[in-house]
Every structure is written in structure tokens, then in C-alpha cells.
Design a binder for this molecule. Structure first.
Ligand SMILES: Cc1cc2nc3c(=O)[nH]c(=O)nc-3n(C[C@H](O)[C@H](O)[C@H](O)COP(=O)(O)OP(=O)(O)OC[C@H]3O[C@@H](n4cnc5c(N)ncnc54)[C@H](O)[C@@H]3O)c2cc1C
Length: 406
């Protein structure tokens, strides 16, 4: 049997692509190496922007509604910035991903769980897929098997050096104590080079994690995680018995290959994680939708040309990811200065919440930061110098700092 599309991986990217394609009447077969519900290391914060593009609701799997965050610097100097409207929802990925996969099944996708894709060959007019349990043929393959999948590695030259490294733990937490943490994320800057740590409340547990650029973290991620857990008051009685390491393929420029012949990459395979916030679920869902749109437009052609997927991604997603990369580069290179700005202008973050809601853009947010810095450069220099004296490791050239900021 020749399928229209085979999907490798049933995270948010693969399930969304499968759902959209099957809903349009295409014959879709999708594999995941795991049997669901399965654990996926993730903070599990789904932005309002992501909710807006999903064609069905996921209320049944929401663990907490997020209205803002408490920011800290090295677990000190807390700033609470709460909004009256939600910015996102905390979910457990086992339930959330299971729901998305079941929606793909209901739409008509043939789903095979616990079956790993192990070989891919582009034949004449089709693709041969080998799995742990058999062989299959399709006109098109979607690579949705994440940061450690086979499609990126074998077909698209996935660059694992362009990743952040992360550690995450889901820890059971007293229901009464959790009540005071609900509604907000806890985000700590300065605890890891080029990254941050978090505590995200769920119904009966906390997602605790840390992530930083692999080239800066230099194999020390476990140490940074242990230091953060030791300092963070909320975690003082927490019993963290099991932690998971993972990679985050953040967007680092449009050089990542996302199309090769009849193969398309979506989500993490396409390096589509926001390099400032680390948000990947929205981009996984949206790239799955864009891939499905392009495929459904091209599938009837004799020679299937999927290059318009490059254009769709470049037009819709890269400009935002590029602006997020600029902000991320600056913030994580100068976390102390960033934190001083936050302390003096917390309203800036409310602008950022609009970005998370999909009501403002990263480009606008970047322009706002730059204009604030330009408007008050001397005050910022003084603040930054004060910060340098309280931590000599953070010393950098002031002029260079301002140049990169602007
Ligand atoms: C620690 C951590 C915290 C994060 N926190 C957040 C957050 O709070 N909010 C947010 O928006 N993003 C977050 N992200 C990013 C987010 O988790 C990812 O961007 C998102 O899961 C990408 O979705 P995906 O569908 O592309 O891949 P994945 O979710 O990784 O799904 C890939 C699927 O492919 C399957 N698979 C792998 N290999 C094969 C194979 N050979 N054959 C068949 N199946 C295979 C896997 O089992 C998996 O089910 C976080 C990431 C990490 C690591």
C-alpha cells in the first residue's frame, strides 16, 4: 500500500500535521517509538498563542492557568509580575500529547505506537520507511521525531551542536502548599550561563528544570541544576529522585535544512524553539499546520515539489524567531543588566506577556527594549556598573555592552 504521508513521531508537531492531513482526506500513517501516554521532559507551559491556533480545546488536560511570573536573579531579588488575563496553561505532556494524538486518530490517521522508524530511503516517486516492525511506502515523509530522532539526523543534517542542554524533573508536591504557587511561573536568571531555571506548578506536582546553551554550559548542567535546587526556597523540602536530561534545538538562524526531496521537518527537527523563552510547543503545532497545508496543495502534482514549505516557514515563523534570537543573545550575555532593567521597568514584561498571548510580536518587543535603553543609557550604565561590583565574574566592557544592546 502506498500512503500519501508517513509521519515519524507523535509529539505536538507530528500529531498536528497528521490531524490536519487526515482531516483533508489524505491517507496518513503515523509512528511513535513510545506507547502513549509517555513522558516527555518539558516545562509543559502552553502559551495562549498556541491555544489560539489549536482547532480543539484542551481544557481537560490543563493543570494550571498561568497569569504571570515571579522572576528572580540567582534565587534572590524577586519581582512578581502578574496580569489580570492568562498568558498560558501548564499541562503534563503525557496527557497533552496523548490528547493531540487521539485527535489525529479521530481525524482518520492510522496510528502505530511502540513502533520506531529505523530506516529511510528516498526511492523513485516514493519513500521507503523501515520500522522496528515492518516496511512501508509513502509519497511524503514528515520528520516529527524531535531533537533525537532519525529523520533530522539521517536526512536533514540536524546539527546537535546548535542545541541547549536541559534537565527536568516532575516532583510530587503537597496540594496545599502548591496552592500558593498556582497561577504563576517561577523563572530564575543568572543561575546558568546563557539560560534560566524554572519551577512551573501543576495540579499535584512541580516541573523543575534548567536549560542553557550547550557550548556555554560545558557539561556542567547537573551542577547548575543542583545549585539551583539548593538555593530555591520553594524546593527546600522537595524530594527530587529522578531527573531527565534532554536537548533543546533552539532556532539559531535560517540555515537549518527543513526540506530534502520528499521529506519535511517540523517542530524540534526543524530547530524551531524560541531562543529567548524556550517555547517549542507553539512552533511545533504551527510548523505541523504549515507542512500539512503545503503537502495538501502539492500532493496531486506528478513531481512533488515541497519548496514552498521553506517559504511558508521563512515568511511566518523565522522573523519572530530571529527577533527572539536577538533578544536572547543580549539578555543571556548580560543577565545582570537585563535584570536591572526588569527591576526598574517591570511594565516591560507586561509587553512581553502580549507576545506570549500572540497579541504582540517579538519584533515590537525588541524595538521597545532598544528604545528604553536608548532613552536612558547613563542610568543603565550606572546600574550595570553597580552590578559588576557585586559580581566580578560578570565584568564586561560597558561600551561593547551598550553597542550590542542597541
Ligand atoms: C526540559 C524542557 C522543557 C521545555 N519546556 C517547554 C515549555 O514549557 N513550553 C514549550 O512550549 N516548550 C518547551 N520545551 C520545548 C518543547 O518540549 C519541544 O519544542 C516540543 O516538544 C517539540 O515538539 P515535537 O513534536 O517537535 O517533538 P517531541 O515533542 O520531542 O516529539 C517527538 C516524538 O517522536 C518520537 N520519536 C523519536 N524518535 C522516533 C523514531 N525513530 N521513530 C518514531 N518515533 C520517534 C518520540 O517518542 C516523541 O514522541 C521544553 C523542552 C525541554 C527539553
Amino acid at each position: 500500500m502506498l500512503y500519501d504521508v508517513i509521519v515519524s513521531g507523535l509529539g505536538p508537531a507530528g500529531s498536528t500535521a497528521a490531524y490536519e492531513l487526515a482531516s483533508r482526506g489524505l491517507k496518513v500513517l503515523a509512528f511513535d517509538k513510545e506507547k502513549f501516554p509517555r513522558y516527555k521532559p518539558c516545562g509543559g507551559c502552553v502559551s495562549l498563542k498556541a491555544e489560539k491556533i489549536l482547532p480543539f480545546d484542551f481544557k481537560a488536560v490543563i493543570e494550571d492557568t498561568v497569569y504571570g511570573a515571579v522572576f528572580t536573579f540567582k534565587s534572590k531579588r524577586p519581582i512578581s509580575i502578574m496580569s489580570h488575563r492568562p498568558i498560558g496553561y501548564n499541562v503534563n505532556r503525557d496527557k497533552f500529547d496523548n490528547l493531540l494524538k487521539e485527535k489525529a486518530r479521530e481525524a482518520g490517521t492510522e496510528i502505530k505506537e511502540g513502533e520506531r522508524v529505523i530506516g529511510i530511503e528516498q526511492g523513485n516517486g516514493h519513500i521507503d520507511i523501515k520500522t522496528s516492525q515492518g516496511s512501508y511506502k509513502a509519497k511524503i515523509l514528515i520528520g516529527a521525531d524531535g531533537a533525537n530522532g532519525i529523520v533530522g539526523r539521517d536526512v536533514l543534517g540536524f546539527d546537535s551542536k546548535l542545541c541547549a542542554v536541559a534537565i527536568e524533573a516532575e516532583i510530587p508536591y503537597d496540594k496545599e502548599k502548591i496552592a500558593v504557587l498556582k497561577g504563576r511561573l517561577l523563572i530564575d536568571f543568572g543561575c546558568i550561563p546563557h539560560g534560566y531555571a524554572w519551577v512551573f506548578p501543576k495540579a499535584n506536582s512541580l516541573s523543575v528544570g534548567i536549560a542553557g546553551l550547550s557550548i556555554k554550559v560545558k557539561g556542567q548542567v547537573k551542577k547548575y541544576f543542583a545549585d539551583f535546587v539548593k538555593k530555591e526556597k520553594v524546593l527546600s523540602h522537595a524530594n527530587i529522585s529522578k531527573v531527565y536530561g534532554w536537548t533543546i534545538p533552539y532556532f539559531s538562524g535560517a540555515m537549518q535544512r527543513i526540506v530534502n526531496g520528499r521529506v519535511l521537518a517540523v517542530g524540534d527537527v526543524a530547530h524551531m524553539v524560541d531562543p529567548f523563552l524556550g517555547e517549542g510547543i507553539y512552533y511545533a503545532i504551527r510548523s505541523g499546520q504549515l507542512a500539512a497545508k503545503v503537502i495538501s496543495e502539492r500532493i496531486a502534482d506528478d513531481t512533488i515539489n515541497l519548496n514552498s514549505y521553506n517559504e511558508a516557514i521563512a515568511t511566518e515563523l523565522y522573523p519572530e524567531l530571529e527577533a527572539a534570537a536577538k533578544i536572547g543573545k543580549w539578555v543571556y550575555t548580560y543577565p545582570r543588566l537585563w535584570y536591572r532593567i526588569l527591576e526598574s521597568e517591570p511594565a516591560l514584561l507586561e509587553r512581553y506577556y502580549d507576545v506570549i498571548r500572540g497579541e504582540g510580536s517579538y519584533k515590537e518587543f525588541y524595538a521597545t527594549i532598544v528604545s528604553r535603553i536608548k532613552a536612558r543609557p547613563w542610568r543603565l550604565i550606572v546600574r550595570w556598573i553597580k552590578g559588576c561590583f557585586s559580581d566580578t565574574n560578570q565584568r564586561k566592557d560597558v561600551n561593547q555592552n551598550l553597542k550590542s544592546a542597541v
